[in-house]
Design a protein around this ligand. Structure first.
Ligand SMILES: [Zn+2]
Length: 231
C-alpha cells in the first residue's frame, strides 16, 4: 500500500541525502546554482488546501536541514494566506531557506471575475514581496477542475515581463528532469523529460534507484498526514 504519512515524507528526503542528491529550490535550478557533477533533487511544494500541514513539513525540513520552493495561492477557497497564523508559517519556512512563490490562478480569476490578468499578477507579486519581505522569482500554475488552464497565461506572456525568473513548468526544467508528483493524492505519477511514464507508480525513493541526474519532486501538503488522511 502506498504510504503518505509524514514519517514516510521524511524518509523520502533522508533517502535523497543518503543517495547523495543535493536538494535545491526551483530558483536555484533556474539560476544554475548547483554543480553539474551533482545529482540534484528540485524540491517543489504546491499548497492547494490544508496550509496548516506546512507546519509538519517545516519541522522535517528544519531537522534535515533542507529547503524547498513553496507556491501559495492567493485565491484559495480553503485558506487565507493573509491570516497572521499563515503569514507566520511562511516566515518560518523562509527562515530555513525556503523559496516562496505564487501558485497562480490567473486564467480562472481573469475569466470568472473579468479582472485584468497582467495587472493582477503584478499586484500579487507586489503583495507577496511586501508581506514576506522576499523577492519573488517564480510562479507555478495551479491546475483545477475549471474549464480554464492557468498555464495558458504564459502562452502570451513571459516571466521576465513581470520581473520574474521562471514559471515552474518552463521547458528548461520540465523537458530535462524526472518529475515525480503526488498530485493524484494516493498514488505517484511520473514524467521523464516532459513525457508521461505510463502507469509508473514508483515512489520517489524507487526513482532514486535509477540515479537520475535531475529528480524533480512535487508534493502537496494535503496528501500527507500523521495517521489518517482526514485528521
Ligand atoms: Zn495546485
Amino acid at each position: 500500500m502506498d504510504n503518505f504519512t509524514f514519517d514516510y515524507y521524511k524518509s523520502i528526503f533522508s533517502s535523497a541525502v543518503k543517495n547523495e542528491y543535493k536538494i535545491i529550490t526551483v530558483k536555484e535550478f533556474f539560476l544554475d546554482e548547483y554543480s553539474r557533477d551533482d545529482k540534484i533533487l528540485v524540491n517543489r511544494i504546491d499548497v492547494d488546501i490544508k496550509i496548516d500541514r506546512l507546519r509538519s513539513i517545516y519541522k522535517i525540513f528544519k531537522e534535515l536541514n533542507i529547503r524547498a520552493s513553496i507556491y501559495i495561492r492567493l485565491h484559495a477557497p480553503d485558506y487565507n494566506i493573509l491570516s497572521i497564523g499563515n503569514i507566520k508559517i511562511i516566515q518560518d519556512l523562509i527562515s530555513i531557506g525556503c523559496e516562496i512563490g505564487l501558485h497562480t490562478e490567473l486564467e480562472d480569476v481573469g475569466e470568472y471575475c473579468h479582472i485584468d490578468k497582467k495587472a493582477l499578477l503584478k499586484k500579487e507579486i507586489e503583495l507577496f514581496e511586501t508581506i514576506f519581505e522576499t523577492k519573488l522569482y517564480g510562479t507555478a500554475s495551479h491546475g483545477d477542475m475549471t474549464p480554464y488552464n492557468n498555464l495558458d497565461f504564459w502562452k502570451s506572456n513571459r516571466a521576465s515581463d513581470f520581473g520574474l525568473l521562471y514559471e515552474a513548468y518552463d521547458k528548461k526544467l520540465w523537458d530535462n528532469c524526472r518529475y515525480v508528483s503526488d498530485s493524484e493524492w494516493t498514488r505517484w505519477k511520473a514524467y521523464e523529460d516532459g513525457k508521461l511514464l505510463e502507469n509508473d507508480r514508483r515512489t520517489p525513493i524507487e526513482h532514486m534507484d535509477d540515479d537520475c541526474k535531475v529528480l524533480h519532486i512535487l508534493t502537496h501538503p494535503e496528501s500527507w498526514y500523521e495517521d489518517y488522511i482526514y485528521e
